[in-house]
Ligand binder design. Structure first.
Ligand code: 4AD
Ligand code: MG
Length: 478
């Protein structure tokens, strides 16, 4: 049998009149005559027309939803609506049966919760096919963006001995026997007997290692999995998520914002240019979802429209102080509609505040900068006012925080003093401080949450549905 041709290639190519072979999985088989075949290469199925008179009845019975088949025949112009081409089958062979009474995926609408429970099979649905093709394209676009700009991709470690964010919500890594751990003179667990001879954890961020790279290679980025044991059971948090962390020598905060805005627009444009049919499907899917919502909760724009809007418009840039002013005077704050009412300067912004700013007030992506130092990490550059640091968060409609970053504190004394104030032991950070001792310079960087970006470009509403096998409190299946 000739080599198989992918359905995407057939639908986009010049195969009319040609005799070819396709392989894939049956989505539906109507009237004992029309097979909708998917092979995952594109959202669309190929219609295969079967003259049932010429086929064995036993074989036809085995063409069921989910079965893997190989079909061979001629590509002809389609008589039906909805597709240009179809295959007129000369032969069909079953590669793998799928018992219709047991196969969990039927050609009907399944809930996202149900599909999450069968995440091993959900790749086979239209929605997840589209989502994961886009996930691939987005990952590729990230590498392309940075590669084209001359950045060096750094693989930061996954097991580390440091807590980059100082957040303390880490997954511990150990080979010690938890039921019977070795103890030291003081009765404490003796980590000198552990695999690494010290306490280790899964990384929460590759930033500190990226800084080491940037202060030698200039422009670098990481793109890898990061782990947080925060007990956030929300539609925006995962315990294992992927982060992109560029770090640039000789960049100040404004350079950092410029790069970040350019990157986000590039990524959105890339997906629009390369994932058209998947986006159209998801656009339609979201439009249907919106119809079931009350009028006042519907999004003003469709998915494709939202993406285009973000590419076409400058992001708003304001300081934290300006944001607090807007929020304090906002209707929901005055009417105490926010769960956390903003009283004073210094308050940490919750996602309800971030979303008010982007969705209600500005109706655009917003870059907030210069936050109070108390609510930000130790490594951020201290501003002249003594109160704020050169931090930036990028907020997106429907998402909230998409990116967090800052200009870094490059002055050794300031950094050490801030670490003291925040109880970060200097002796554990000597390697980091060495960059400030030898050839320190202005530098900046940020972290993009890959799945938050995926939520935005796909219009999906739960972060658990944009990563193949989500990890969250109480769940580590597959
Ligand atoms: O704001 P965060 O915590 O910043 C850092 O980790 C810095 N070291 C980044 C840097 O400057 N290099 O996290 C960065 C981004 C957030 O804006 C968010 O998009 C995403 O990572 N993020 C999460 N995504 C999914 N689940 C979680 N639990 C996340 N926590 C953060
Ligand atoms: Mg943050």
């Amino acid at each position: 049998m000739s080599k198989r041709v992918r359905i995407k290639t057939i639908l986009e190519g010049d195969y009319l009149g040609k005799d070819i072979t396709v392989k894939g999985w049956v989505r539906t088989f109507r009237s004992n005559r029309f097979i909708a075949l998917s092979d995952g290469s594109i959202i669309h199925t190929l219609q295969i027309v079967v003259d049932f008179e010429n086929f064995d009845e036993q074989l036809l019975k085995r063409i069921t939803t989910g079965a893997a088949i190989v079909a061979q025949g001629k590509i002809v112009e389609s008589q039906g609506r909805g597709q240009h081409f179809e295959m007129h089958a000369d032969s069909i062979e079953i590669l793998g049966d799928s018992d219709p009474d047991k196969y969990p995926l039927q050609p009907k609408r399944h809930s996202m919760e149900f599909l999450r429970d069968i995440a091993h099979l959900r790749f086979r649905t239209n929605t997840f096919g589209a989502v994961f093709r886009i996930r691939h394209a987005l990952a590729y676009a990230i590498h392309k963006f940075f590669n084209d700009k001359g950045f060096v991709y750094i693989h930061s470690p996954i097991i580390t001995g440091s807590d980059a964010e100082g957040a303390g919500e880490m997954f511990q890594v150990t080979t010690l026997d938890l039921a019977n751990p070795p103890k030291d003179e003081n009765g404490q667990v003796d980590f000198r007997e552990d695999f690494f001879k010290k306490e280790t954890n899964l990384t929460v961020s590759g930033q500190l290692e990226a800084e080491l790279g940037a202060l030698a290679l200039g422009d670098v980025y990481t793109f890898g999995p990061t782990f947080r044991a925060e007990n956030s059971n929300t539609s925006r948090h995962l315990a294992e998520f992927w982060m992109i962390e560029p770090e640039m020598a000789f960049y100040d905060l404004e350079d950092n914002m410029d790069l970040c805005e350019e990157m986000l627009k590039y990524l959105i444009q890339y997906v629009m240019d390369h994932c058209r049919s998947d986006l159209e499907f998801l656009d339609q899917r979201r439009a249907n979802e919106e119809k079931s919502k009350p009028q006042n909760l519907r999004s003003p724009m469709g998915l494709l429209e939202t993406l285009q809007f973000c590419v076409d418009n400058d992001f708003v840039r304001i300081t934290y102080t300006e944001a607090i002013h807007i929020l304090k005077n906002s209707k929901p704050n005055k009417k105490k509609k926010f769960e956390f009412v903003i009283e004073d300067w210094g308050a940490d912004l919750q996602s309800e505040h971030e979303r008010y700013l982007v969705e209600k007030h500005f109706k655009k992506p917003v870059i907030l900068s210069d936050y109070p130092k108390e609510i930000k990490a130790f490594y951020m550059r201290q501003n002249e006012d003594g109160k704020t640091v050169a931090a930036m968060d990028v907020l997106f409609p429907g998402i909230g925080e998409m990116v967090g970053g800052s200009q870094r504190e490059e002055r050794l004394d300031n950094l050490i003093q801030r670490m003291k104030e925040m109880d970060i032991p200097e002796e554990e950070m000597e390697w980091f401080l060495d960059t400030r001792r030898f050839g320190t310079c202005e530098h900046a960087g940020y972290g993009l949450g890959f799945e938050r970006m995926m939520l935005f470009v796909t219009g999906m509403t739960n972060i658990r549905d944009v990563i193949p096998f989500p990890r969250y409190p109480g769940s580590a299946e597959f």
